[in-house]
Design a protein around this ligand. Structure first.
Ligand code: NI
Length: 258
């Protein structure tokens, strides 16, 4: 039973130090065919690549997260680019803008983002985008010619329907996390509005644990809970949702060899 691609997890985080291998095995048992583990800075991008080398099921994305982008030495960009050449690196990410935490001024966040877009362009890799309260600027960036041609996903999508509608005019994919299972989730409307062929699944492990496991550490094997909820909203079988979203993931992440 191989159903799902967890397109966004942080397997390198300390929370998995005790039982990382068991977590990966459990994910496979629960129908996860591939996990993309995402770097947030040079250190975690390196670890992501190491995990991808160690486990057949694991692939990596490398990049500098917008909350980690203050005072980046030039050398870090060189290292990200070097890592991005690895055969199991399927995307540049996570990258983007975060105006909620605002750990660096907007201009710096944009520059760090654009610098990494450059690698994506050069290497033909899609972008995994983090957007927190930066809707307008993200939209302006991704509708530009070069970025819209690179493509990618807006991960852990949040925002109003009107923002989603604008994003759907680009070729970007949309993914939702375990928060789709939360009571009174505003994401239900967003899921309804997103065409199946533009949807990806993700956990964002160790964060955003789905109901009924909320309060525990999240892990890729828990993806079934958000998948079931999305299938229910879309009124299809969860197996069909798995098939469609796995095809979507393979179309976007061309190096995802599963
Ligand atoms: Ni993330």
């Amino acid at each position: 039973m191989e159903l799902f691609v967890d397109t966004h997890a942080h397997l390198d985080f300390d929370l998995f130090d005790e039982d990382r291998e068991i977590v990966i095995q459990r994910a496979i048992k629960n129908g996860v065919a591939a996990i993309i583990t995402i770097g947030v800075d040079v250190e975690s991008s390196k670890k992501a690549v190491e995990l991808a080398e160690k486990y057949a099921t694991v692939f990596a994305a490398v990049g500098i997260h917008p909350t980690e982008c203050a005072d980046i030495p030039d050398r870090d960009f060189d290292l990200i680019e070097e890592l991005a050449n690895h055969e199991k690196v399927v995307a540049i990410g996570e990258v983007g803008l975060d105006y909620y935490h605002m750990r660096a001024p907007k201009e710096i966040q944009k520059n760090v983002f654009l610098y990494q877009v450059h690698f994506a362009e050069k290497l033909g890799l899609p972008l995994i985008i983090h957007n927190r309260e930066a809707h307008e600027d993200i939209y302006d960036l991704i509708k530009s010619k070069n970025i819209s041609e690179i493509g990618g996903v807006l991960h852990s999508f949040s925002g109003e329907i009107s923002f989603l509608e604008k994003i759907l005019l680009t070729d970007f994919y949309i993914s939702f996390t375990g928060n789709i299972t939360f009571k009174n989730s505003k994401s239900e409307e967003l899921v309804k509005e997103t065409p199946l062929e533009r949807l990806l699944l993700e956990t964002d492990s160790p964060f955003l644990t789905p109901v009924p496991l909320r309060g525990k550490r999240n892990e890729p094997g828990f993806i079934i809970h958000s998948a079931k909820k999305i299938a229910e909203i879309k009124q299809i079988e969860v197996e069909e949702l798995g098939e469609i979203t796995t095809e979507n993931a393979k179309r976007l992440f061309k190096k995802l060899d599963i």
